[in-house]
Design a protein around this ligand. Structure first.
Ligand SMILES: [Zn+2]
Length: 468
């Protein structure tokens, strides 16, 4: 740990260097809304260094020594242990998360699943008295997640694949043909009509390879690396759906094709539209100031997304319930962002459509993403907000980790960061299961959910007191 003064200077430098890397089916029947046991009566405990002892015995005052010793009744005062509030909020959030995950997962970006989830969230916020609406926006993107390449015959296999940059979208199924490096001599004389070409990297550009097989009638292309590991390559323009796979998988496919007919499917789904859910509690000051509490509600395809990002959305709903009948000088704006997994599209759209005045009036953005798994709650963001949260956590005996950089991944605070808006990102530190079928409820920790809700609400109150 570096000293606060040193840290502040160092952080100003480090903050600027923060690395960015984007980095996490079924028609649901109408379902009843979960009834949360946690109502919003409890007030946030004031910061006391040490919890008072459970029962207070007022020592008899010396003046009464001469009189018979009156028995002074002991006063039982209910004291809320520091983490009881975290526990209560954690339990409420886990209840919401369980419902969300069981009833509304997966929520792949830009799909019908995302639409249904957005409507559920809008209705949840509206039921709590917020001014809730859906903000649609255009997305021109192919999801890099999901079952992009499968072998269907002779046996079913999922192959890890990445969309080639500038690939065409589409879902194509056909017999796989090994065409070497797709040099002119490699293309069979009878063409490649209706086939999927298996192509090795090297010698000529990816664009030349894919164009060559396209011209020969191929409906899709699988390009494999000529050195160990996966890769992503770029094409010159859209022809056919084309994906990149590792050398290991390429070699495996090559020998499978040598052994007999292989049928494969490439799935590159194009997302054209997504939506944010926005829910406002107007401020009493009516001066345009806004504090945003956000997190993305979409998941990558085919995963439960309990931690990424059910945990953040459930935390937002808990805070919304807890503060539903409180007042703040600024507008409190909850935003569930869509299409984050495709490239932070929802938050970029929201910030992109703000006027300069609206940007200047955005006091702060609190981002909640993948906060449910890891040793402790961590935060990343603007120094002043981090220090406020750190101090408050210390006063309440809550362990958190203050991060200054993120060595991989990013999230919806990034667009606010880029617009110069103060922001803080609440996260867990175990990302080992996100974007996988293992991102399940059982790996989400109730205490981490409660801690983020607790600290998020505390920061909101501190900003209000601060005249934020
Ligand atoms: Zn996420």
């Amino acid at each position: 740990m570096i000293s606060r003064a040193l840290r502040n200077t160092a952080l100003l430098i480090l903050g600027a260097l923060a690395l960015v890397l984007v980095a996490c089916g079924s028609d649901p029947a109408p379902v009843p809304t979960p009834v949360s046991t946690a109502t919003s009566t409890a007030t946030l405990p004031t910061a006391t260094p040490e919890p008072p002892p459970t029962s207070t015995t007022v020592p008899p005052s010396p003046t009464s020594a001469t009189t018979t010793q009156a028995v002074i009744p002991t006063v039982e005062r209910e004291v809320i242990p520091r983490n009881a509030e975290v526990e209560r909020l954690g339990a409420a959030t886990m209840e919401t998360l369980t419902f969300l995950t069981n009833e509304f997962s997966p929520r792949a970006s830009g799909t019908e699943e995302e639409v249904v989830a957005a409507e559920y969230l809008r209705d949840e916020f509206a039921a709590l008295g917020y001014d809730a609406s859906i903000q649609p926006f255009e997305v021109q993107s192919i999801s890099p997640y999901g079952r992009l390449l499968t072998v269907d015959e002779p046996q079913e296999m999922d192959i890890q694949a990445f969309p080639m940059w500038m690939t065409a979208a589409g879902v194509v199924t056909g017999q796989m043909v090994d065409v070497g490096r797709a040099l002119s001599d490699d293309i069979p004389n009878d063409g490649l009509d209706g086939r999927i070409a298996l192509i090795e990297r090297g010698e000529v550009t990816f664009d030349e390879k894919v164009t060559a097989v396209f011209n020969a009638g191929a409906i899709g292309a699988v390009v494999y690396n000529n050195e160990p590991g996966p890769f992503v390559g770029a094409l010159g323009g859209e022809t056919i759906p084309a994906v990149a796979v590792s050398q290991e998988d390429g070699d495996m496919l090559k020998s499978l094709v040598e052994d007999g007919p292989v049928t494969a499917t490439i799935r590159l789904e194009y997302t054209e539209e997504s939506r944010n859910v926005i829910a406002d509690k107007p401020g009493t000051a009516d001066d345009g100031r806004v504090v945003v509490l956000g997190g993305h509600y979409d998941t990558v395809p085919d995963v439960p997304g309990a931690n990424d990002n059910g945990s953040g959305i459930a935390t937002l709903l808990t805070i919304a319930r807890e503060i539903a009948d409180r007042e703040y000088p600024f507008t409190v704006r909850f935003i569930a962002f869509g299409a984050e997994e495709l490239g932070l599209h929802g938050s970029q759209h929201y910030v992109g459509q703000l006027s300069d005045e609206e940007i200047a009036s955005t006091v702060a953005m609190l981002n909640f993403d993948a906060l449910g798994s890891g040793p402790t709650t961590a935060t990343l963001g603007t120094l002043s907000l981090q220090s406020m949260v750190e101090e408050y956590a210390e006063q309440h005996g809550i362990d958190i980790r203050i991060r200054y950089t993120m060595d991989w991944g990013s999230s919806d605070h990034a667009a606010f960061h880029d617009a110069g808006i103060d922001h803080i990102f609440f996260l867990g530190e175990d990302f080992s299961r996100i974007h996988t079928p293992d991102d399940k409820l059982e790996f989400v920790e109730t205490e981490l959910l409660g801690t983020s809700a607790f600290l998020g609400m505390a920061l909101l109150d501190m900003l209000a007191e601060d005249g934020g």
